[in-house]
Design a protein. Structure first.
Length: 71
């Protein structure tokens, strides 16, 4: 099971996946906005999205859980 975590603090600008979606390795799952830059957060492994822990507009800190992906 892979836990996808925020690499930096920022606002969740767009959530690109939902629970149950199949994702590939390096596929963007969330886009953060920080300092007027868009920062894509990608899955490191292929699998099925088990849980998305953020909503668009949420603020996340570095290390916060964004999603859980099962292989």
């Amino acid at each position: 099971m892979e836990e996808v975590r925020a690499m930096m603090a920022g606002n969740v600008w767009k959530v690109l996946v939902s629970p149950g979606d199949q994702v590939e390795a390096d596929q963007d799952i969330v886009i953060l906005e920080s300092m007027k830059m868009e920062i894509p957060i990608a899955a490191e492994e292929a699998g099925i999205v088990k849980e998305v822990s953020v909503d668009e507009g949420d603020f996340v800190n570095e290390g916060d859980l964004i999603a859980i992906i099962e292989p």
